[in-house]
Design a protein around this ligand. Structure first.
Ligand code: SF4
Length: 193
């Protein structure tokens, strides 16, 4: 039997759902993890750019995320360093306001446990956005969790989504860049050392 990444790459479960969206796209799972990575990025779902390129965080959100992590592109996209396991492996489509539709719940039900088991137990995990945080930690508010980073650091870090939509959030919460990010970058440097 093929291994977990190959089985996810071959998944077309959501084809009817995606064909019914405005973009009418086909499933194209973006699978970017292997055993033994040092950092786990538990994220939401690929955007349209990652859908087209097959590379996760290949967009402005990724630029911001790498800045937050203090990481260059080569280090970030080296699967020995970073495992990216989203709540949905495919681009889910756009809603009426032009935002991304939430990741289909069925994807986490089908693939999340085997994918995380395959990735192993990296010393640092980033939980990005409300969907990943709810799956890993249960109910809670993103801002409260991000503000309370010391409760889970240095192994687990709750972050807002690095989308441009959260630029106003970043301005309202300057402690995130002043205090949280230096501590996160220090934990990442240690995990990669
Ligand atoms: S989103 Fe997940 S479950 Fe749906 S087709 Fe893609 S890999 Fe399969």
């Amino acid at each position: 039997m093929s291994d977990v990444p190959d089985r996810i790459r071959a998944c077309r479960h959501c084809a009817p759902r995606f064909r019914a969206t405005a973009s009418a796209h086909e499933p194209a799972p973006v699978v970017w993890f292997e055993r033994g990575a040092r950092i786990l990025v538990a994220s939401q779902a690929p955007g349209m750019r990652a859908h087209l390129s097959g590379k996760p965080f290949d967009d402005p959100s990724g630029v911001r995320l790498r800045q937050w992590m203090g990481m260059d592109e080569n280090t970030f996209w080296d699967r020995r360093n970073v495992a990216i396991v989203p709540m949905g492996f495919c681009f889910p489509g756009y809603d009426a306001a032009g935002g991304d539709i939430p990741p289909p719940k069925v994807c986490a039900e089908m693939w999340r446990k085997p994918a995380l088991q395959h990735a192993g137990d990296p010393p640092v995990t980033l939980l990005i956005g409300g969907y990943a945080q709810a799956w890993h930690l249960g109910k809670g508010k993103v801002t409260d969790r991000v503000r309370d980073w010391r409760a889970l650091a240095p192994r687990v870090w709750c972050l807002p989504h690095p989308s441009w939509r959260n630029t106003a959030w970043l301005k309202r919460h300057p402690w995130f860049e002043a205090e949280t990010l230096p501590a996160l970058q220090s934990a990442i440097r240690e995990a990669l050392a």
